[in-house]
Design a binder for this molecule. Structure first.
Ligand code: SAM
Length: 238
């Protein structure tokens, strides 16, 4: 197990670069085809005002950025990610689908180059589990958003129902890495997935951490039989 945060972040960065080509397919397979519906739900939770500027952080192949644009057609969305390789796939997808209003930037969620209070809303899909310092990341998300705006996180979580929890553990820890390895050709990347979830707080403790760093009115909803959590927090006024 790698304990050095810089080395861990570098590994995550290069890993997402390696699995870029099959990333969308793997998402579809792993979630039983539900991933795009979940992104639409997360996007709607932003409740953006008109002509909003929104950040999709850890945009990857840009599906969430595109879901935000589809839900709020007058918004402008910045898709940012620290892996240039996967970001290029996002740029190509937005161009292929001829979606306007989306721009892209390379950026690390722990240290973003955007000024304070830039965005009217921020969404992230499958980011928080991957960062080496969760509280620092949450504070950074809060910093770049305007007071009163919403920060929405969509992330895998630990199912709580006993029977489903056991089935999910079997699938997630043993079956999914094999399927992921076969489809992506990178067994290690999909072995990392259960490891990263094991070290990540469950939905209720994550809510508490968001409150602790200062988000207001934090709530979450569970999807996918409790295997997916969408957390929403309001950025406080100074
Ligand atoms: C599982 S992918 C999710 C992509 C996309 N949000 C989605 O909904 O499919 C996770 C993404 O997080 C990015 N990522 C992880 N840690 C990051 C960080 N510290 N800063 C920026 N991006 C990060 C990875 O490069 C990767 O593209």
């Amino acid at each position: 197990m790698i304990t050095d945060p810089t080395e861990r972040a570098r590994r995550v960065q290069t890993m997402f670069g390696r699995i870029t080509r099959r990333y969308d397919l793997m998402n579809f397979v792993m979630t039983g085809g539900r991933d795009q519906a979940w992104r639409r739900i997360a996007a709607a939770e932003l409740a953006l005002p008109s002509n909003a500027l929104c950040l999709d952080l850890a945009t990857g192949t840009a599906d969430l950025a595109l879901a935000v644009r589809a839900r709020f057609p007058d918004s402008r969305v910045v898709g940012a990610d620290f892996s240039e390789t996967i970001l290029r796939a996002g740029v190509a997808k937005a161009a292929r689908k001829a979606v306007g209003g989306v721009t892209f930037a390379v950026g690390d969620a722990l240290s973003l180059s955007f000024p304070d209070a830039t965005f009217d809303g921020l969404v992230s899909g499958f980011l928080l589990r991957n960062v080496v310092d969760l509280r620092r990341c949450l504070r950074e998300l809060m910093r770049v958003c305007k007071p009163g705006s919403r920060v929405v996180s969509m992330e895998i979580t630990h199912p709580q129902t006993p029977v489903f929890r056991s089935l999910f553990a079997l699938y997630f820890n043993h079956i999914m890495p094999v399927i992921g390895g076969v489809i992506s050709g990178d067994y290690n990347a999909y072995k990392y997935l259960p490891t990263s979830l094991a070290a990540f707080p469950a939905a209720e403790p994550l809510k508490a951490i968001m409150q602790e760093v200062g988000f207001r009115e934090v709530r979450y909803r569970l999807l996918g039989l409790g295997s997916m959590a969408v957390h929403v927090g309001i950025v406080p006024h100074p």
